[in-house]
Design a protein around this ligand. Structure first.
Ligand code: ATP
Length: 241
């Protein structure tokens, strides 16, 4: 199809100490794709994102990103390569304003103040509510605004691939719709996205492709439209038998 591969994961295994969580994970993501990572509680979704971003060292396997091997590489180097992780729980810096949180995301950039200024304006055009609240302490934002700020901080690193954990968790439907629209705009501007989304309806309406993680292994993968029809998805995640 002429698509360019951005991420290629082969035979990846990882866990915590002696406890294996991920087993033999293999999948690819092409430049420009928007992929949802689906799976129930404890399936290993966050562990997979942490392994890709270098927070957890894999026990086995390969991760090729933009032509570079990332296994065993330090997290700062992975950030510099353009693989950026927006963690579960948003992890904003309390006591810092919205704009200062955004600036933290740009800490490794070497392209100058004007370029960073333009990126801040892009984040504000994506999330106008952040512009209105730019001087507010990030800890006092609503849940939806915190998620916007965390995604904005990720965008400030100029990602090639943005990993977002638990996009919609705990947020009102109206806010979820705003975030889905923002995902599409971010993707249309050229950023590849891998989004962990526990709500399967949201995941399949958000993404072109889906990966289903089950007990640390990829159980299913494919286009969202075909996953929507799959009996396993119906039985396990959409509450229909
Ligand atoms: P959830 O949505 O509930 O966070 P998840 O699919 O993201 O689910 P993970 O958070 O990756 O799942 O957890 C996968 C497994 O790894 C679980 O059994 C969990 O208890 C275990 N685990 C997660 N973090 C740690 C840790 N820091 N130390 C030890 N075990 C952990």
């Amino acid at each position: 199809s002429g698509a360019t591969r951005l991420l290629s994961v082969q035979g990846l295994g990882a866990g915590y100490g002696d406890i294996a969580v991920l087993n033999d994970i293999s999948f690819d993501i092409d430049v420009g794709d928007l992929v949802a990572l689906i799976g129930s509680n404890g399936a290993g979704k966050s562990t997979l994102l942490r392994t890709l971003s270098g927070v957890i060292k894999p026990s086995v396997g390969k991760v090729q990103f933009n032509g570079e091997e990332l296994c065993g590489v330090a997290p700062e180097h992975i950030v510099a390569a353009g693989l950026i992780h927006v963690p579960e729980g948003r992890r904003l810096f309390a006591g810092l304003s919205v704009v200062d949180n955004l600036l933290v995301g740009a800490y490794l950039r070497r392209d100058g103040k004007a370029a960073i200024r333009r990126s801040i304006d892009e984040v504000y055009s994506l999330f106008p509510r952040l512009a209105e609240r730019r001087h507010q302490d990030a800890a006092t934002l609503s849940g939806g605004e915190q998620q916007m700020c965390a995604i904005g901080r990720g965008l400030m690193a100029n990602p090639r691939l943005l990993l977002i954990d638990e996009l919609s968790l705990g947020l009102a439907p109206r806010v979820v719709d705003e975030l889905i629209a923002a995902m599409h705009r971010i993707n249309a501007r050229g950023t590849t996205l891998l989004v962990v989304e526990q709500d399967v309806e949201v995941a399949l309406s958000l993404a072109r492709h889906g990966l289903v993680l089950d007990q640390g292994s990829i159980r299913l993968s494919g286009e969202s439209s075909s996953l929507r029809q799959h009996p396993l998805i119906h039985a396990a995640y959409l509450g229909e038998v």
